[in-house]
Design a protein around this ligand. Structure first.
Ligand SMILES: Nc1ncnc2c1ncn2[C@@H]1O[C@H](COP(=O)(O)OP(=O)(O)OP(=O)(O)O)[C@@H](O)[C@H]1O
Ligand SMILES: [Mg+2]
Length: 349
């Protein structure tokens, strides 16, 4: 079994994948055996990590000790299928459901199913691997809990409730399931429209017959994943960027994470200031750039104050770190090392 888990959460595009990979690299440089599970990395980052087109954990090429750096992409459909196969004990029923149209549609279009597979992949890597640390990158989230609650929602969805919902889509359950399935429903139904009436009934019947077998397993798994996430083995880092709205949003995020019983260790404010500007340094004492430099200093001091107030409002034992906007994009090992050094200098541990 592995030892520790570090989860990076946050809204879209703020740098979760980059910072997850850089923190994994840092831990491996410090001698740990580390696995980073990434979601949708850019092509160049995926090729740097050596995971382009691969779904199993791969040793990152070009990384030389003292620890080990492994990486993997969370392949959504494959993770889901593996789960079903395990849950159904590799019985013939499992193969059948994997080909079922309804299953394929539900698992690819349901909101939350990406989150489910990320957590499922985390849990199976945790049990099967012997890593000192597993770093989990996550899909962009509007709310922290929408990610964390995904497995429970999926479990609920595959319970008898869904059967009821299909029988009576406007009934009592509708509000709840509409919310979960969201836009997915329309797509699911559209694909199913392509089937003839009898095919549809057969697929539907097969689907419910086969999921009966693994509902219990799904519930157990969901509760085991939850146990791991709220345990001492796991901590969370919230990535955000610097602007007033994003900071407010992260405060709400942070509260949600803590209220859920998870351990929020760090808030990372990414791209908080430009790399080329150091507010601590004294600028030119005369000449045309003096005023410009002072203007910048005033601007960044104001932002510094905003971040201090933000940290105070977060209270408790949360580390707030700022990272600069780098002048280059981060996609190779050198870039990741640079970010890792910045993390370390900022006190990341
Ligand atoms: N501090 C930084 N300075 C410069 N570029 C950065 C910095 N952090 C991230 N980037 C760049 O920003 C882009 C988005 O970063 P990244 O993919 O890590 O975000 P994300 O939160 O994972 O996005 P998504 O929510 O879409 O998964 C990438 O091209 C990355 O190289
Ligand atoms: Mg990402």
């Amino acid at each position: 079994m592995s030892k520790k888990v570090s989860v990076f959460v946050g809204p879209g595009g703020v740098g979760k994948t980059t910072l997850a990979a850089a923190s994994a690299l840092l831990a491996a440089e410090e001698g740990k055996k580390v696995l980073v599970l990434t979601i949708d990395p850019s092509k160049r980052l995926a090729s740097t990590l050596g995971i382009e087109g691969k779904t199993d954990a791969t040793k990152v090429p070009g990384f030389e000790g003292p620890g080990e750096l492994w990486a993997s992409i969370v392949d959504h459909q494959k993770t889901f299928d593996e789960f079903v196969q395990k849950a159904a004990n590799r019985s013939p029923g499992a193969e059948k459901i994997l080909k079922n149209h309804l299953y394929r549609q539900l698992t690819t279009t349901l909101s939350g199913s990406q989150d489910f597979s990320a957590l499922e992949k985390l849990y199976s890597s945790y049990l099967e691997g012997d890593y000192d640390l597993i770093v989990l990158d996550t899909p962009p989230a509007q709310h922290a809990l929408s990610f964390l609650e995904a497995p429970a929602k999926i479990a609920a969805l595959f319970n008898e409730g869904i059967a009821r919902w299909f029988r009576d889509p406007k009934g009592e359950e509708a509000g709840f399931f509409q919310k979960i399935v969201g836009a997915g429903t329309r797509q699911v139904l559209k694909i199913l429209e392509g089937l003839t009436g009898s095919e549809f009934i057969r697929e539907l019947a097969d689907f419910f017959r086969s999921i009966e077998g693994w509902q219990d397993r799904l519930r157990e798994r969901t509760s085991a994943v939850h146990q791991l996430l709220v345990s001492d083995h796991t901590d969370f880092s919230l990535v955000t960027s610097f602007d007033r709205a994003k900071l407010l949003e992260s405060e709400a995020f942070a509260r949600e994470i803590r209220r859920g019983g998870y351990r929020l260790k760090t808030v990372l404010i990414n791209r908080a200031f430009p790399q080329w500007f150091d507010a601590q340094e004294t600028g030119p004492s005369a000449g045309p750039y003096k005023d410009l430099y002072e203007g910048f200093q005033g601007f960044y001091q104001h932002r510094e104050k905003t971040i201090q107030d933000f940290s105070l409002r977060l209270k408790g034992e949360v580390q707030v770190l700022q990272l600069p906007e780098l002048t280059e994009r981060v996609y190779d090992l050198e870039g990741l090392r640079k970010v890792a050094r910045i993390l370390k200098k900022g006190g990341w541990s």
